[in-house]
Design a protein around this ligand. Structure first.
Ligand code: GDP
Ligand code: GDP
Length: 455
């Protein structure tokens, strides 16, 4: 479509960019101190300190967006967790396992100055089992004299070691070229559904909200169809569960059932697990303990699912314990603390008594429908035309920016591009989003709106 004041190429480019589907996921794994976080910083092109000087400092952010040579992807950093009570091998393996599970390709970082250690060998075994494409990064090769160190890493049997200095940027371009070759255009996980497999649900929430109880309830009362084996020697990580006459894939239930109690690093471990589950799923059922105050941790988990662009259902658990007063305050808390997902379907359940279990499926179906909604361009522009006529953008500096044309560039979640004759203020963007939701639904899904302004 031609848009007044934009050339066709610009319009098509903007639509293509905004319409990208779910991005492929790259995991960066390796022992502590090999330079994973430094490398992730380099890849995402940000100076901000992801690297912490204090060992044992936990972070909850684990997924970042990156772009190289015009291709976008997500990076999962596993550098935020230091050694813990499990011992170094077990902790490195455990976090690498989650990250690898959710990834489409892996960068395995080894300190070339140290060479391959037993722990590195353990990770190599994990990588072999997972069968994902691997790019071997021989880090801390700060100058030509280090290249020999890198070549020793051929012995790991992972192919060519890429000599890199994450700190100075040396060799990272060549390594990223190799990453792009290894990385599929679209994540295998999300496009599995295109061939009609079961829809994927991530059951997430902070510790003790009742995830394993809920899982037992739905898997116990209904029939567990089959335990799918993800690897030959590993535990099943996903479970197929029949609910409401439909088979669903609950992802990463192994992480829910196998309750890992850790002293240090537990928060980070939980965040990584949640991020991995969210990446693998289409819809996140976020469990919240209704008997307690909504916490910052609950909000972080909500943000993770929103940022990942997943369909969302909020399930308030432990409803059996609520008295009238708590119910009253809970409603107020939901309004203020969960305003960012006011559009999400909500169910009030009890994993203990089984209350309202049957409402989960309709909630999930509603959210997935919203997530997949496509508004035809004609209808969208008729709507935008009326909206702009009735509520024009405020005049700024004697000019009135107008929305000239809009189109939905993608789904899962819905993504829109609007072309405008001038800068559109944040408040007006929010107004448009609100009206779009009123008009077209989008229940249970984040929506993205990008605005292109005529030069
Ligand atoms: P992580 O634990 O694997 O995430 O490792 P970090 O990214 O925190 O790095 C550990 C230490 O190695 C830090 O002091 C970094 O500055 C240092 N480091 C990381 N990459 C390089 C590199 O390419 N060359 C050198 N000389 N040091 C590096
Ligand atoms: P997870 O850490 O999220 O997997 O939580 P669990 O399923 O282990 O539950 C944590 C605690 O909450 C356990 O003591 C459960 O018995 C309890 N619990 C879970 N769901 C309910 C519920 O609906 N009502 C009540 N009263 N307790 C619950």
């Amino acid at each position: 479509a031609a848009v007044e004041g934009f050339d066709l190429e610009e319009v098509e480019g903007a639509i293509e960019e905004a319409g990208h589907g779910p991005l492929p996921v790259l995991a960066v794994v390796g022992r502590p101190n090999v330079g994973k976080s430094t490398l992730v910083n380099r890849i995402i092109g940000r100076r901000e300190a992801v690297v912490e000087d204090k060992p044992g400092v936990t972070r909850d952010r684990v997924t970042y967006e990156a772009e190289w040579a015009g291709r976008r992807f997500k990076v999962v950093d596993t550098g935020g967790w230091e050694q813990d009570v499990l011992g170094i091998d077990a902790s490195v393996a455990a976090q690498a396992e989650y990250a690898i599970e959710a990834a489409d390709a892996v960068v395995f970082v080894v300190d070339a100055k140290v060479g391959a250690t037993d722990t590195d060998e353990a990770v190599v075994r994990l990588l072999r089992k997972a069968g994902k494409p691997v790019v071997l990064c021989a880090n801390k090769v700060d100058g030509p004299s280090g290249e020999a160190d890198a070549s020793y890493l051929w012995s790991l049997g992972l192919g060519e070691p890429h000599p890199v200095s994450a700190l100075h940027g040396r060799g990272t371009g060549d390594m990223l070229d190799a990453v792009l070759e290894a990385l599929p255009e679209a994540p295998a996980q999300t496009f599995g559904t295109a061939v009609g497999g079961p829809r994927r649900i991530a059951l997430i929430g902070r510790p003790n909200v009742g995830k394993s109880s809920l899982l037992n309830k739905v898997a116990g009362e209904e029939r567990v169809v089959v335990n799918e084996l993800a690897g030959t020697t590993r535990d099943p990580v996903d479970e197929l569960i029949e609910l409401g006459g439909v088979t669903w894939k609950f992802v990463d239930t192994a992480g829910i059932r196998k309750r890992v109690h850790l002293q240090q690093g537990a928060d980070y471990y939980a965040s990584l697990r949640t991020a991995a589950a969210v990446e693998k799923a289409e819809v996140a059922v976020i469990l919240i303990d209704a008997s307690e105050n909504i916490s910052v941790q609950d909000q972080r988990i909500v943000t993770m699912a929103v940022d990942a662009g997943r369909a969302i259902v909020l399930a308030f658990n432990k409803w059996d314990t609520l008295d009238e007063e708590r119910r009253y305050y809970l409603e107020r808390e939901i309004e203020t603390e969960l305003a960012q997902v006011a559009w999400a379907p909500r169910v009030n359940v009890s994993a203990r008594t089984g209350r309202h279990m049957e409402k989960l499926v309709p909630g999930i179906e509603t959210a997935l429908a919203g997530w997949e909604t496509r508004v035809p361009t004609g209808r969208l522009n008729a709507f935008l035309g009326e909206l702009v006529a009735a509520h024009p953008h405020p005049i700024r500096g004697g000019k009135q920016p107008r929305i000239l044309f809009g189109t939905q560039a993608g789904t899962k979640p819905p993504r829109f591009v609007l072309f405008a004759s001038g800068f559109i203020e944040a408040g007006y963007r929010r107004f448009i989003e609100r009206r779009l939701r009123e008009e077209f639904g989008f229940e249970g899904t984040p929506i993205h709106i990008s605005v292109r302004v005529r030069e």
